[in-house]
Design a protein around this ligand. Structure first.
Ligand code: FES
Length: 243
């Protein structure tokens, strides 16, 4: 938590987002300011109450004078910046990113617990994705169903790390982690052991609630039953006196 004196030193920056004149504090990201002003930017790995990680790239925006696209969830505002959140170029990139997510693992909505409660599926609908232009990889990944309460299906995972961040930043258990690199990344529990044998997991279920897809869910859930509770993390932060 920032000391009171540090908070008071934060300066206000003025900027334009999609042609609108706006202002924000210097410790705010473009995404923060956009949301405060009801400007929608698609996100997947970002989750209110967790640190921003910048892995999914869905929240890319154009900034005048900057050659490359930047992620709005990890880019802090600066004085005079001019941001475009929704151009044809950005839509094309977002579609491509989503298609690559679908091609990378085995996302078959019709038999998924998160069907109709899935951020990946929701964004695909929003951006009008009707087919995938890239070859499916069809990896043969495992399902860890050794835990008493939860199941981890690596086939559905989009490697957003929301579960890892919730486990370490909110619960403080540090049970979940990541192994390997790139397309071979995989969520692990403790030292890559079956989840049910983990001595650190508190079975709190925060990982289940922050998972945007059907990768982590409660045992016994069937197709389309994977509803998530999304409001508790920001509340926990407020109760702890964090910003
Ligand atoms: Fe910004 Fe994922 S939401 S990179």
């Amino acid at each position: 938590m920032r000391p009171e004196s540090a908070r008071q030193e934060l300066r206000v920056k003025t900027l334009k987002i999609d042609g609108r004149d706006l202002a924000g504090r210097e410790d705010q990201t473009i995404l923060n300011v956009a949301r405060e002003n009801h400007i929608r930017i698609p996100t997947l790995c970002q989750f209110e109450g967790l640190t921003n990680y910048g892995s999914c790239r869905l929240c890319l925006v154009e900034i005048k004078g900057v050659a490359k696209l930047l992620t709005s969830c990890t880019t802090y505002i600066w004085e005079g910046m001019e941001v475009t959140t929704n151009s044809e170029r950005l839509v094309q990139y977002r579609r491509m990113l989503l298609e690559l997510f679908f091609a990378e693992r085995n996302h078959i909505c019709s038999i998924c617990v998160a069907n109709r409660n899935c951020a990946l599926q929701g964004l695909a609908l929003e951006l009008g994705i009707t087919h995938i232009r890239y070859p499916y990889l069809y990896p043969g990944l495992g399902v860890d169903s050794t835990h008493d309460k939860f199941v981890l299906d690596h086939n559905r995972c989009i490697l957003c790390t929301r579960c890892i961040r919730a486990c370490s930043e909110i619960e403080g258990a540090n049970t979940l982690g990541m192994k390997r690199r790139g397309v071979n990344d995989q969520i692990i529990t403790d030292l890559d052991q079956p989840w049910g044998t983990s001595p650190t997991c508190t079975s709190c279920g925060k990982c289940v609630n922050v998972c945007p897809v059907g990768a982590i869910y409660e045992r016994g859930m069937s197709i389309a039953e994977g509803r998530r509770e999304h409001t508790f993390l920001p509340l926990l932060r407020i109760m702890r006196g964090e910003r």
